[in-house]
Ligand binder design. Structure first.
Ligand code: PEP
Length: 251
């Protein structure tokens, strides 16, 4: 397994001053804590990318975005191209987050097209999948996740996958380590089939859903967990850093 990736999804939070402060404070903590054993990324709202890029300065923390359009340019009012994200200094872009799948009706096909656009612009897509509460209670979580992966994955090894059970996002509820282990092992197996065993070993599979400093060690120690996608707790530099320290311990 490669180094774990700890990625923060700031969602639609922060204004310019608070974004600058959060990014600088995190950059300072990461640099004072030494290089560490994990990779770091923060994904602020698109409009804040230049401010956050500047505040991160020469930090090892990578910049990411929360969405991109499937086209590189054109008549798509309000959207942002992967090429522009790259131009603004991004390394990653989240695609298929459950909030976009739910709020904007994004289908697996659209998520795949966005991931392909990201790759074309030399960005690494963080492709999100995960079941709803009803699907888990109905016993179909694994089939749902497998179906989303079959529909959303581009033909590339340069990807990150994030397993985010919808019911665990922003709720304070987390999947149990044994449920996480089961889903991550199914995802890893599918990646082995689709991409080959060696390539699959290099693909980080993040867990996301109410990851906090208090549960990070347990979740990050689960087999095939290649890091965390963190929402709420990434808005606090101390908490986000504390989550990454747990990743470092595991390596
Ligand atoms: C997310 O938005 O991807 C997420 C995991 O949020 P939270 O950590 O707040 O549950």
């Amino acid at each position: 397994m490669r180094r774990q990736l700890i990625a923060g999804n700031w969602k639609m939070n922060c204004l310019s001053a608070s974004a600058r402060e959060l990014a600088s404070s995190l950059a300072e903590k990461v640099s004072n804590g030494g290089p560490g054993a994990c990779d770091w990324a923060v994904c602020p709202p698109s409009a804040l990318l230049p401010i956050v890029a500047e505040a991160l300065g020469g930090s090892v923390i990578a910049l990411g975005a929360q969405d991109c359009h499937a086209e590189m340019s054109g008549a798509h009012t309000g959207d942002t191209s992967a090429e522009l994200l790259k131009d603004l200094g991004c390394r990653y872009v989240i695609v298929g987050h459950s909030e976009r799948r739910a709020d904007d009706g994004e289908s697996d096909n659209e998520v795949k097209a966005k991931a392909e656009a990201a790759l074309k612009a030399s960005l690494t897509p963080i492709i999100c999948v995960g079941e709803t509460r009803e699907q888990r209670d109905g016993g179909t979580a694994l089939q749902v996740v497998e179906g989303q992966l079959h529909g959303s994955l581009p033909d590339s090894d340069e990807i990150v996958v994030a397993y985010e059970p919808v019911w665990a996002i922003g709720t304070g509820l987390t999947a149990t380590p044994s449920d996480v282990a089961e889903v991550h092992s199914v995802i890893h197996k599918l990646l082995c089939e689709l991409r080959g065993v060696e390539a699959a070993k290099q693909i980080n599979i993040l867990y996301g859903g109410s990851v906090k400093p208090g549960n990070a060690a347990e979740l990050l120690a689960v087999p095939h967990v290649g890091g965390a996608l963190v929402g709420g707790a990434s808005l606090n530099a101390d908490d986000f850093f504390a989550i990454g320290v747990n990743a470092a311990k595991r390596d």
